[in-house]
Write a new protein. Sequence first.
Length: 187
Amino acid sequence: MTGSHRRRGLAAVAVALLLAAASATSPTAHETTTTPEKGPSGLPIPRFVSLKSDRANLRQGPGVEYPTSWVFQRAGLPLEVVREFESWRQVRDAEGTTGWVLASMLSGRRTALLLPWEVRPGESGVVVVTLHDRGNDKSSAVVDVEAGALASIIGCDGRWCRISVAGYRGYIEQTKLWGAYKGEIVK
């Protein structure tokens, strides 16, 4: 093999190795990992927070000059921050209602609603969910709690969350909460 053929052969091998290495380290469309976007506050968007007080105005825009479209009346209510603008946070509640709240009305304390999508006002029959003494289906029941109950999140391992609700502590599957993302670790 002549010198120029050997260099071309080595270059082709080098390119093939680089392409193989790049495809091995680059995520495919099925493997992409999403890093949460950071808002102007430096905190991730979206993220869950809770209301600090029993009364907070939900405004149609980020400022007091915008009309109030709703008044939240439940301290500890979990909300999802979806946007930030100066001292205002655009939030979404468990029913999908979206509006703007002053950031000082929000807390980083993690709370959740249990199965809020199962609450059907005016219908007979109450949906309940079981809190377990350990993070698995086979463990003993601690208490049955009505859908829509407000709980404090103590921690989540990505599959089960330890919560406190109505004076009881126990574990519930993370997918039964509105206030923690699927697979999210909460410490």
